[in-house]
Write a protein that binds this ligand. Structure first.
Ligand SMILES: [Zn+2]
Length: 585
């Protein structure tokens, strides 16, 4: 016969189970210890949604017991992480904010704090509170700039790259959140709040622009910043125009040439209104626009723009300016290329170093340091008290300080071969230090520029001012985006400006290739020849100075004074000039 459990047993069991469950439930809901262990169990078991409820209950019960927010803060971050896993992003962010706002957070290490800030920012992005997230990453950018300044001497770049990694890995979230791009709806608040968000977005967008995988995030942030500035400040405001210099190249790299064209065109018209139709500063925007037209195969329009710029230059600077002193500039080494393709000898040292402080150049460091010296590089044609590097650098800094309102100072001028060698030996592989002999600082012609106490960035207003005006004072940007002049993956250095003299800097803007300063300097005699005969290569045609190594080699070897007789220079020039589409590895 079959044994059946009497029904009475089953009922009793169920009753017992129910009573137990009720008791258990009552316990975990009223006893913080029990609730916390339930929270832990559910979290580990993979039920974040249920766990979060118990976590909140623990916080409430502890509060009733009189536990302070400071003591509760670490537990709150646990619940915040659980809420994030449960996709309750707003609740997660609110809990992180509470924990980070308590006194407990003041005792965290820099790294611990940054990791929590990063989690908070991620929750905010997904919850579409872009402005708050961007402000956190902007702070990371500032901190990483501070870290870079702090650690240059001791050679530890770990904090700098730690922050950089946190920001970079947020790019994908921004990309998702900002689809479709340029939507200012994500930003609530009044005029000042929105403008602050736009400023932060420009900084973070410029950071993302440095990496190919960050282009979409960059375009999203920058076009949103542009939309805000257009709406509040108007299309012609300098802050609106500033975006063109950061966003335009991003669009070009994404192949969005039409968008880049509109951006540059707007910037050009705005500057035309602000600075007058004949201002040589317009040349920056003309050149950018002509570059896009060339990329689109619209050679006639590009050529028309080039002609327009050259007529502006003729009116502003005269037509005979390239005829004089080509040989003398070479002998003074002022237009000498320096890179891994054109290394300097260990014995190379300039003979006319002066203290920058004596020329009223604001300094980042002690005036007596070697790095605070720079070449005089006086132009023998003109009054040497006025026509020299430090005077012109001081003028450029003064102009841009007035225009940007930012604090500008010299971080690094001259560096001897031995200084560079020691620095490289200490920091070399880890950091961003150039190997000895490949640094323009050894010539005494280069200046690393600080803005507000850290190295200049593309998103600084000072950068815009330098891009527009530096050539008028004889300076050019040595390491543009994507160059291959220094060893390493990316040596874009928006802070590094190099003196080549006014005539040569003008010629670079007028006739030189975009973003290839070293190729330009290597082929300078060819460009000077073209300038004197007004026979510049027409837009859309192959740049003869870059593509005909024979001409370059012949011209550089002919009058070569002994200071520039590096044995492999001509070979290097050929290598550089033959690298088609070079400069963008
Ligand atoms: Zn530098």
């Amino acid at each position: 016969m079959k044994l059946r459990p009497p029904p009475m047993f089953a009922c009793a069991f169920l009753a017992l189970a129910a009573a137990y469950a009720a008791g258990f439930y009552a316990t975990v809901w009223t006893d913080p210890e029990a609730a916390e262990s339930r929270f832990d169990a559910l979290r580990k078991g993979g039920y974040p949604g249920m766990a979060e409820g118990y976590g909140r209950r623990v916080i409430a019960l502890r509060r009733e017991e009189g536990v302070t927010d400071e003591t509760l803060a670490p537990f709150k971050t646990k619940v915040a992480a659980t809420a994030f896993d449960a996709r309750r992003y707003r609740q997660s962010a609110a809990l992180y904010e509470e924990a980070l706002g308590s006194d407990w957070a003041a005792g965290l290490s820099e790294v611990e704090r940054a990791i929590l800030d990063d989690k908070l920012a991620r929750a905010r992005i997904i919850d579409r509170d872009i402005a708050r997230a961007v402000s956190i990453y902007t702070e990371f950018l500032e901190l990483s700039g501070d870290a870079a300044s702090r650690t240059e001497e001791d050679g530890d770049h770990s904090m700098e790259s730690f922050y950089a990694k946190l920001i970079a890995s947020s790019g994908i979230l921004f990309t998702e959140a900002l689809k479709p791009t340029g939507n200012p709806e994500y930003f609530s608040g009044g005029r000042e709040t929105k403008l602050a968000a736009a400023r932060d977005m420009t900084k973070v967008g410029a950071f993302f622009a440095l990496r190919n995988e960050g282009l979409y995030a960059s375009a999203g942030l920058l076009s949103s910043a542009l939309a805000i500035r257009k709406e509040i400040l108007g299309a012609d405001h300098p802050d609106t125009v500033q975006i063109a210099l950061v966003l335009g190249p991003v669009y070009e790299r994404m192949g969005r040439l039409e968008d880049a064209e509109h951006l540059y065109l707007d910037a050009f018209h705005a500057q035309e209104k602000a600075k007058g139709a004949n201002s040589p500063e317009l040349s920056l925007y003309i050149k950018l626009l002509a570059g896009v037209y060339e990329e689109q195969g619209r050679a006639t329009e590009a050529q028309a723009l080039n002609e327009h710029m050259r007529s502006l230059f003729r009116d502003a600077f005269g037509s005979q300016r390239y005829a004089a002193n080509r040989v003398r500039d070479r002998r003074l080494d002022i237009d000498r290329p320096v890179s891994q393709q054109f290394p300097l000898k260990a014995s190379y040292a300039p003979g006319d170093l002066v203290r920058a402080v004596d020329y009223i150049i604001p300094l980042s460091k002690n005036a007596d340091l070697e790095e605070m010296t720079i070449r005089l590089a006086a132009d023998p044609e003109e009054d040497p008290r006025e026509a020299n590097l430090p005077v012109r650098l001081a003028q450029l800094i003064s102009l841009c300080r007035d225009e940007s309102g930012e604090r500008i100072s010299l971080r690094s001028g001259y560096r001897a071969y031995t200084t560079q060698r020691d620095l490289y030996a200490r920091i070399g592989a880890k950091g961003t230090v150039t190997p000895p002999g490949m640094s323009e600082h050894q010539t005494g012609l280069a200046a690393d520029i600080d803005v507000d106490g850290r190295l200049m960035r593309q998103s600084d207003k000072t950068y815009q001012c330098f891009e527009e005006n530096a050539f008028r004072f004889g300076f050019i940007l040595s390491y543009p985006p994507g160059n291959n002049y220094l060893p390493g993956a990316d040596s874009y250095e928006p802070w590094h400006w190099r003196y080549v003299g006014i005539r040569t800097a003008q010629l670079y803007r007028e006739a030189g290739p975009i973003d290839k300063p070293q190729e330009f300097l290597a082929a300078l005699p060819c460009y000077q020849q073209q300038a004197m005969t007004s026979a510049f290569t027409p837009a859309g045609e192959t740049d003869i100075c870059l593509e005909e190594p024979k001409i370059v080699a012949a011209s550089t070897s002919a009058p070569a004074p002994e200071t520039i007789k590096a044995p492999d220079e001509n070979a290097a020039a050929r290598k550089l000039n033959n690298a088609r589409g070079g400069g963008r590895p």
